[in-house]
Ligand binder design. Structure first.
Ligand SMILES: Nc1ncnc2c1ncn2[C@@H]1O[C@H](COP(=O)(O)OP(=O)(O)OP(=O)(O)O)[C@@H](O)[C@H]1O
Ligand SMILES: [Mg+2]
Length: 306
C-alpha cells in the first residue's frame, strides 16, 4: 500500500497530551502523596490531533480542523502539528486548550490531571470554524469526525460534513447520535455502543449484532464498525456481518488504538479498497500499535511488513 496521494480531513476535539516523567523517593510533608522529581517532559498530539498524526505517520496527507484556547498549550499543539507535517488550522476560542497531563513516577502513572471545559462553541466561533472547514471539504478524499464529546462536534458541523458528497467516518462519543444521522461509517468501541444502546452490551458476537443493528436502523447509518478490544472488531451493515479477530500477539499499550483504526480505515477507503479489505487493514494496524509501548502511531512500512 502507498497513501501519499490521499488527503484526509480530520475534524474534532483536539487535545494536548502532556507527560511528566520522574522518580519517586519520598512522601510529601504537605499531604500523604509521593513527590515526583521530574527528569523529563513531553507533549504529544492527542484526540483528533492524534488521528491526524496517525494519518501522516502512515504516509497520507492530514488536514486538521479544530479549536484551541488563546494559550501556550494551543500554540504547542500548532507547533507539534506543523512539525509532523499536518496541515492544521485551529480556531482560537474563549475556552482553554484541552490538556491531559500525566505524571509518571518510575514506570507507574501516579495521577492524570485534565483541564477541559466542555461547552458548545459560541456562535461566532462556530462560524469561524465552519468557514475554515468548508473549503477543505472539496480537496479531501475522505473525512473523519473525531468526536470526544467536548462540545466541538455539533449538529450543524455534522450536517455540513455528512451532507457533503464525501465518505465520512465518525468516531463517536456520548448518547446523542442524532447528529450522526446518515453517516457512512461510525466506529464505536464497546463502551460507546453501550452508551447509545442505553444498556451494557456484552462483548460477544450475538449481543453486538443485536444492539448494533438496532442502532444502524435508528440512526440511518450505513456501516457500523464496533471495535472490541481483545476481540478485534465487528462490521455491520444492511448486508454485511463480519467479525474480525484481533491481530495482536502481545499487548503493551492499548491507548489510541481506536485513533489508529479510523486513520487506517480512512486511508484504505481513500485508496479505493473495498470496505472489508479496509477494515482488515485497520484491524492489522491496531494490532501493531497495541504491541508498542509509548507511541500510538505506526508507519506504512510496519503495516506493509505484516
Ligand atoms: N487488549 C487488546 N488485545 C488485542 N487487540 C486489541 C486490544 N485492545 C485493542 N485492540 C485492537 O485495537 C482495536 C481498537 O481497540 P478498542 O476497541 O479498544 O478501541 P478504543 O476503545 O476506541 O481505543 P482508544 O483507547 O483509542 O479509545 C481493536 O479492534 C483491536 O483490533
Ligand atoms: Mg476510541
Amino acid at each position: 500500500m502507498e497513501f501519499s496521494k490521499y488527503r484526509i480531513l480530520v475534524v474534532g476535539d483536539v487535545m494536548l497530551d502532556r507527560y511528566y516523567f520522574g522518580k519517586v523517593d519520598r512522601v510529601s510533608p504537605e499531604a500523604p502523596v509521593p513527590i515526583v522529581s521530574i527528569t523529563g517532559e513531553e507533549s504529544r498530539l492527542g484526540g483528533a490531533a492524534n488521528v491526524a498524526h496517525n494519518i501522516v505517520s502512515l504516509g497520507g496527507k492530514a488536514i486538521l480542523r479544530g479549536a484551541v484556547g488563546r494559550d501556550l498549550e494551543g500554540r504547542e499543539l500548532e507547533r507539534l502539528a506543523a512539525r509532523e507535517g499536518i496541515q492544521a488550522t485551529l480556531v482560537k476560542t474563549a475556552r482553554p486548550t484541552i490538556v491531559k497531563a500525566r505524571v509518571i513516577g518510575g514506570r507507574q502513572q501516579i495521577v492524570r490531571v485534565d483541564r477541559e471545559q466542555c461547552a458548545l462553541p459560541a456562535a461566532d466561533e462556530r462560524t469561524r470554524l465552519e468557514n475554515e472547514i468548508a473549503p477543505a471539504i472539496k480537496d479531501a478524499h475522505v473525512i473523519i469526525i473525531s468526536d470526544y464529546n467536548k462540545g466541538l462536534v455539533t449538529d450543524s458541523l455534522c450536517a455540513l460534513l455528512v451532507g457533503s458528497q464525501k465518505t465520512v467516518i465518525i468516531d463517536p462519543k456520548g448518547a446523542d447520535w442524532n447528529k450522526y444521522r446518515g453517516a457512512d461509517w461510525v466506529t464505536p468501541n464497546l463502551k460507546e455502543l453501550s452508551d447509545v444502546a442505553g444498556h451494557p452490551v456484552d462483548n460477544d458476537d450475538q449481543s453486538i449484532e443485536e444492539s448494533g443493528r438496532e442502532i444502524l436502523r435508528r440512526h440511518a447509518i450505513r456501516r457500523l464498525l464496533v471495535t472490541r478490544s481483545e476481540r478485534g472488531m465487528t462490521l455491520l451493515s444492511d448486508r454485511e456481518t463480519l467479525h474480525v479477530p484481533t491481530h495482536a500477539q502481545e499487548v503493551f499499550d492499548v491507548c489510541g488504538a481506536g485513533d489508529t483504526v479510523v486513520a487506517t480505515l480512512a486511508l484504505a477507503l481513500a485508496a479505493g479498497l473495498p470496505a472489508i479489505d479496509s477494515i482488515r487493514l485497520a484491524n492489522k494496524a491496531a494490532g501493531i500499535v497495541v504491541q508498542k509501548t509509548g507511541t500510538a502511531t505506526l508507519t506504512i512500512d510496519e503495516l506493509n511488513a505484516v
